[in-house]
Design a binder for this molecule. Structure first.
Ligand SMILES: [Zn+2]
Length: 225
């Protein structure tokens, strides 16, 4: 198999300090404020629509959830609705996508799955997830990506993440080991609609990032010849 090779230490912009991009973020992050969940008044009707007052309905459940281990909640991701998905605006140009999927728990805390997707070759090369986060913590994560971001449809986000993994597997490359947990957030068992093409002009293109174990990657790519 042919594989193009390029070294470019500019391909890890998510590692850069966020400062110079803060300005660019202002517009897109503003949208995030809109979804900041407001704590319901204990004596108002519960947001779940039961007709009961919040204090006598979901409040206790929410308190219990807040004490759960984040991984327990992440494994139950499908019970919680996706509220927003984000992606770095220039992912097609860089060949690297930073995808964020945010779900809301009944206690109004948030679950996040973050996927660093190399669409040219490696698939999910890094990933991270967490639960029981406040909106402010999620906002910090979005800003710390160090790139201007835009919203993306959830199914498109899934298609990109799962499609990139499928592509990388054809090259003998498995997703980052943390995918084991982070995968729960994007429902990996359900089929996805293929919407994106991977590689560069029909061939994988490995862009070596500054933190890659390039020898190990090369070995795997060459073994697939
Ligand atoms: Zn309720």
């Amino acid at each position: 198999m042919r594989c193009k090779w390029r070294y470019d230490n500019k391909t890890a912009p998510w590692r850069k300090p966020a400062t110079f991009l803060l300005k660019l973020h202002v517009f897109s992050i503003k949208r995030f404020f809109i979804m900041n969940p407001v704590k319901p008044d204990p004596y108002q009707p519960c947001p779940c629509g039961s007709g009961l007052k919040y204090k006598f309905c979901c409040y206790a459940k929410g308190q219990a959830l807040s004490k759960e281990h984040p991984l327990t909640l992440i494994k139950k991701s499908l019970d919680y609705p996706v509220v927003q998905c984000w992606i770095n605006e220039n992912w097609q140009q860089h060949g690297l996508a930073n995808v964020f999927v945010i779900r809301q728990e009944p206690n109004l805390k948030l679950i996040i799955g973050v996927y660093l997707v190399d669409v040219l070759c490696l698939g999910v090369k890094d990933t991270f997830c967490n639960a029981n986060l406040d909106a402010s913590e999620v906002k910090k994560l979005l800003i710390s990506s160090g790139m201007p971001i835009v919203e993306i449809d959830y199914e498109d986000a899934r298609s990109l993440v799962l499609g990139a993994i499928a592509y990388a597997r054809t090259l003998g490359i498995e997703p980052h080991e943390d995918w084991r947990n982070a995968s729960y957030v994007v429902d990996p068992q359900r089929p996805f609609v293929p919407k994106f093409t991977f590689g560069s002009n029909g061939e994988p293109m490995y862009v070596q990032g500054p933190f890659d174990d390039a020898d190990a990657i090369a070995k795997r790519l060459l073994a697939k010849k």
